[in-house]
Write a protein that binds this ligand. Structure first.
Ligand SMILES: C[S@@+](CC[C@H](N)C(=O)[O-])C[C@H]1O[C@@H](n2cnc3c(N)ncnc32)[C@H](O)[C@@H]1O
Length: 259
């Protein structure tokens, strides 16, 4: 995929625009300036995506081919819906043959071929509803969930990590063999136990920082490729030859993939 133009854009709007000092607080003005000058925001508008987040998924896919062969997709934390837009397209999902289920506690405008659940993913009934909505065994589970910020960095970090962990456990419960799991995480934040669990259930586990993820942000993505299946049951903890839980400090590192 061609990189967004630097210093200009195909929307015809110049980058480097300033927002006039007025009623806005300095922090809001800075946010707005960054937003309107962001080439990915402008490109998303141009290409009809609901969010700049689209390019994170497309960029990850360009290198790791997780969309090719996707036939049913579950999108966790989906609003406003750019990942669902991509998922609907690659699965040829239609309203008559739904292949994408999306969940968010925020309201999300309808999308052709996407069954939208306005619900908290942590609701105990959410997994059942998602499986029913997607109409079959998914082979791709996506999670871009980020907990609403409280202003307390450590709390925000822990809450988003918890969402990533619950999403990972959901993925190993529902994925078809060979399927993939992609989730938002934070730099240095993925729990060793979670990484170990993923390493045991998937053929490859990677940490990725796409170029479209703001460099100043601690956001990263965790990609687990090639689900090994549930034939012998999902492996939830590392065990030694005698079946005793292995020391979780003996972590299995995820590969780094930063370019
Ligand atoms: C970064 S946005 C997702 C953007 C989306 N991938 C796109 O392409 O448009 C993160 C979303 O996660 C949602 N979210 C966070 N916690 C959630 C939860 N417990 N259940 C459902 N959605 C959640 C938020 O409401 C927010 O809309």
């Amino acid at each position: 995929m061609a990189k967004p133009p630097i210093g200009g854009n195909r929307t015809g709007r110049k980058l480097g625009q300033k927002v006039k000092k007025g009623k806005l607080k300095a922090s809001s003005r800075r946010w707005l300036e960054r937003h309107i000058n962001d080439p990915y925001v402008q490109r998303a508008k141009l290409e009809g995506y609901r969010a700049r987040a689209a390019f994170k998924l497309l960029e990850i896919d360009e290198k790791h081919q997780i969309l090719k062969g996707a036939h049913r997709v579950i999108d966790l934390g989906a609003a406003p819906g750019s990942w669902s837009q991509i998922a609907a397209k690659v699965t040829d999902s239609t309203d008559d043959d739904i292949r994408v289920a999306a969940i968010d506690f925020l309201e999300m405008a309808q999308l052709p071929g996407v069954k939208i659940l306005q619900l908290d993913f942590l609701d105990p009934d959410a997994p059942r509803q998602l499986i029913e909505a997607v109409g079959g065994t998914p082979n791709l589970v996506l999670s871009d969930m980020a907990a609403p910020t409280t202003g307390h960095q450590k709390t925000d970090h822990l809450r988003t990590m918890h969402l990533c962990e619950v999403a990972a456990h959901f993925a190993v419960e529902v994925l078809a063999e060979g399927g993939h799991f992609l989730a938002k995480t934070f730099q240095g934040g993925t729990e060793k136990d979670l990484l170990n669990m993923l390493k045991l259930n998937f053929r490859q586990v990677l940490h990725i920082k796409p170029a479209s993820s703001r460099q100043e942000s601690v956001e990263m993505f965790l990609l687990a490729k090639g689900f090994k299946g549930r034939k012998g049951g999902v492996i939830t903890a590392a065990v030694d030859e005698d079946g005793f839980a292995r020391d979780p400090r003996e972590d299995i590192p995820a590969e780094e993939d930063q370019d």
